[in-house]
Design a protein around this ligand. Sequence first.
Ligand code: NAD
Ligand code: DAU
Length: 350
Amino acid sequence: MKKILVTGGAGFIGSHVVRLLVNKYPEYHVFNLDKLTYAGNLENLKDIEKKSNYSFVLGDIVDGDFIHELFQTHQFEGVIHLAAESHVDRSITNPMEFIMTNIVGTVNLLNAAKNIWKENYDGKRFYHVSTDEVYGSLGDTGYFYEDTAYDPHSPYSASKASSDHLVRAYHDTFGLPIIISNCSNNYGPNQFPEKLIPLFINNIRHNKPLPVYGEGLNVRDWLYVVDHAVAIDEIYHKGKIGETFNIGGHNEWKNIDLIKVLIKVVDEHLGREAGSSESLITYVTDRAGHDLRYAIDSTKLQEELGWTPSLQFEEGIQKTVAWYLENQQWLDNVTSGNYQKYYSEMYDKR
Ligand code: NAD
Ligand code: DAU
């Protein structure tokens, strides 16, 4: 059996990647390494946790000795690295966590792969999952391409940019067989409700204010999470070593327009008059260094590997709202405990 290490597999995107790999490739044994931070949740993988080709490993990628031993024990053939601190707002209040996990953690994985594979790179792959935020911010026009110069602005995006550079450096210097992808904003089931869409669904449900940063004019390019997982599978198996692929939905929305669509859909699902929850919209102090617009050109991925998003946004948002409202226990579990503290620290003074 091929042993594949997925890091961050208990998180939002990682859980969709693990599920896809475990179900699609019975000939693989998928090891899910996760620290189970506030964003990691084994509930996300309940449906596959008993499969014989799946194992969960609790651990921290910042612990270099532990990572080395794990590679030595299992002799992984491939790595799909998603573990990260991923929320921009938290990176503004606590940058150090981001430096440690996103940079030091990534280098620990690179070192382990390099030292255990010992230049016998036949059939090996180190796939690093990254973000479009490394490219910075666009004005009203234009797109991010694979060769767009890096220009990160938040501690989160700077830490991801740094990790991307280090992954490329290990390819150029040590020949490590790496691949990188940079994706736009994901939405869908199992996203922790600190990010815009699940946070707003939860707040609408509880008739709580909807904190719109600034004037709500920032633009994001939204992709359904399962389409990202499918792209990762395609790139991991068919992408050329050393290459970068942009992944995006060609689905740009101004925040305020997206929020109004979301409100309408949630209201309908809750049996309220569609749009009535717009009264909850509350404009709050903008995010520091808030990037205006992201937009991905994913032509390379479409032309070279034949990937396209499978879902139109209207369908994706319906599925997403339905999932959160049908899984209120999941939402209630992740918003109990420390969530209230996080929420008041992040929003009370805005
Ligand atoms: P997430 O925050 O939902 O999940 C991150 C996972 O990593 C969690 O399960 C967490 O427990 C784990 N983790 C964190 N620190 C760890 C550590 N030190 N050791 C081991 N595990 C650790 O994140 P996500 O939204 O699923 O993002 C996954 C990856 O995709 C990240 O690398 C992120 O930068 C990238 N990405 C995310 C998006 C998006 O829209 N969410 C878009 C593009 C790229
Ligand atoms: O572009 C890819 C990135 O998308 C990923 O790399 C990140 O991991 C992921 O978190 C996401 O980053 P964003 O900062 O774009 O996502 P977030 O959901 O936090 O915010 C989306 C937009 O909504 C952004 O312009 C800020 C705004 N916003 C967000 C929150 C949480 C609000 O107006 N109010 C809010 O309460």
